[in-house]
Design a protein around this ligand. Sequence first.
Ligand code: ADP
Ligand code: ASP
Ligand code: MG
Length: 419
Amino acid sequence: MALIVHKYGGTSMGSTERIRNVAKRVAKWARAGHQMVVVPSAMSGETNRLLALAKDVSPAAQTPAMLRELDAIACTGEQVSVGLLSLALQAEGMEAVSYAGWQVPIKTDSSYTKARIQSIDDVRVRADLAAGKVVIITGFQGVDEEQNITTLGRGGSDTSAVAVAAAMKADECLIYTDVDGVYTTDPRVVPEARRLHTVSFEEMLEMASLGSKVLQIRSVEFAGKYRVPLRVLSSFTPWDINIEEEAKSGTLITFEEDEKMEQAVVSGIAFNRDEAKVTVLGVPDKPGIAYGILGKVAAANIDVDVIIQNVSREGRTDFSFTVHRNDYQRTLDLLKTEVLPALGANEVIGDAKICKVSIVGIGMRSHVGVASKMFEALSAENINIQMITTSEIKTSVVIDEKYMELAVRALHRAFDLDA
Ligand code: ADP
Ligand code: ASP
Ligand code: MG
């Protein structure tokens, strides 16, 4: 008997028929003798619908008091899901009980819309499991110290599931989704993408942080920190497939580097359309520039990603960086009102139609010329590179958004990833 956590995403929970299917699959696992904790997302489209309602009422909700209500609204999709799934399991003849995040409780900090999990109390859940019940816990939700409801950021149900698995020392956490594993890149963009049987934790962490939405980054961080055995697999296989076969399907996130006999130099291509670029032109080139600009940005709680500063001419230089697109206008306004006058820079310009494309692979550590091969492939497609950033196992470029798919396909081919 093992303790298993299943997570089902929005598409997997997308209709009452799909929910019945999920219930049948979970019942199969429970009847095979496993203790089951299930973490579902809201039905597909539901979180968007709820947030659109909120936006309609309050187009620019930004203050903490407003963000608090956004979370109170957004979390309700998961509330419906757990109840429906519990009913479906009971209709299957299983004992099941559903909990909201605050009932467990899953405690978080108070950063509304992007709260971080701090602790999970598993006493109640363990008692239910011991009594033979399937326990269903809302994804995405938490509660802060003052009993305010919080949410974990878009895609946060992955993190709920992995955090529950970590807190309960589960034997495995299975992330069921609408693709049958982690691919070399998003199969919706490159149909030739290949499923990876295993992917190293470090690569998965980079891919998630660079935009592969198959797993929320924080879920991968949790898996790494607590060594949670983690697998991504399809909820679209027939529910009654052989359980041993199912348990080995999909993609396993591995923690051992030498697991793969021959390490591919590049394992995957990630891309991200959520960023925007801003440039401060003609900043006096003297000590304190980066702090003068980015200190203000950080103080406004805006995350900065890629940064470049150009060489100076006649004592002045240009300074560019990227931020999340949601923070774009706020960043431009801040730079214009606070940074331009304080630093005596000439002008602030920006571009929201950019994207970041990245190659990822632990094999890059031991190979030279990987980045130049990337630049060659982009140059062959006549794609202009605006910014470059590298680390040990990834190289990212910022390019015009309209070339994103072309770039991803070209790189997928150049690094022999096509199936
Ligand atoms: P869920 O609702 O189950 O959480 P998501 O939409 O969040 O599902 O994540 C699954 C989607 O992630 C897939 O449908 C796929 O389009 C996308 N995706 C992006 N990059 C990858 C990748 N490298 N491998 C697999 N899927 C990816
Ligand atoms: N329902 C939430 C979202 O759409 C959380 C999740 O699906 O993981 O972002
Ligand atoms: Mg998701």
